[in-house]
Structures are given as structure tokens and as C-alpha cells.
Design a protein. Structure first.
Length: 116
């Protein structure tokens, strides 16, 4: 914003410039997040290929150009991989909880409230 415009406006006239600045900052933040997502994926794939089952591949297209995964277009192998990753993640969460809350008692099956 030019100096002359700034001093010529009242505070309410500056609101559009403030909103534009906030939008620009949001866009910068989203771009940085996407770069981090790609970087984390490439590190994860590198570690996976180095230390174990190297079945994951870096995406051939940007995420924005990929078709979303649905039950109709996901392979059986990918579904199994996703389930294994989910259970591994849940196991890590349980272990972290147990380490940080050693005094907490886990509920028995009869104590768990279910809906349905």
C-alpha cells in the first residue's frame, strides 16, 4: 500500500487491506503445509525402503490432481496397508497413553459404553 493511500484513509478504509493481508498469510501457510506434507512423505518412503517393506511409492501427480480414495477405486492391497497403518498408529497411541498414565485402569469390556 502506498504511503499516500495509507494516510488518506480512515481506519474503516484499511479493513480491505487487512483482509487481503490475512488471506495472503493464510495462502502462504497452506503452501508451507503442503510442502511439509510432500517432504514428510518422501522421508517416510525413504525410511520404509531402507529398513523394511518398501511397497509405498511417491505420488506420480500432485495431491490436488489425484482422485480421492474411495472403496470403489482402492485396491485390496492398499486397503490392507491402510488398515495395518491404522492399527499400528492406534497401538502407538495406546502405548503412549499407558506410559504417560501408568495409574489409569483400562476399562473392562463390560464397562465400555457402546452406542447401537
Amino acid at each position: 500500500m502506498p504511503y499516500e493511500v495509507f494516510w488518506g484513509l480512515n481506519p474503516s478504509g484499511l479493513k480491505p487491506f487487512e483482509k487481503a493481508f490475512e488471506n495472503e498469510q493464510k495462502l502462504i501457510d497452506e503452501r508451507a503445509w503442503i510442502v511439509g506434507r510432500y517432504a514428510a512423505l518422501s522421508v517416510m518412503i525413504g525410511i520404509e525402503h531402507t529398513f523394511g517393506k518398501g511397497s509405498s511409492k511417491y505420488p506420480e501427480k500432485p495431491f490436488s490432481q489425484q482422485e480421492p480414495e474411495t472403496e470403489e477405486n482402492i485396491s485390496e492391497e492398499q486397503m490392507i496397508h491402510n488398515h495395518e497403518a491404522l492399527f499400528a498408529w492406534l497401538g502407538v497411541m495406546q502405548t503412549n497413553f499407558e506410559l504417560t498414565h501408568p495409574d489409569k485402569k483400562h476399562p473392562t469390556e463390560s464397562e465400555v459404553v457402546t452406542h447401537g
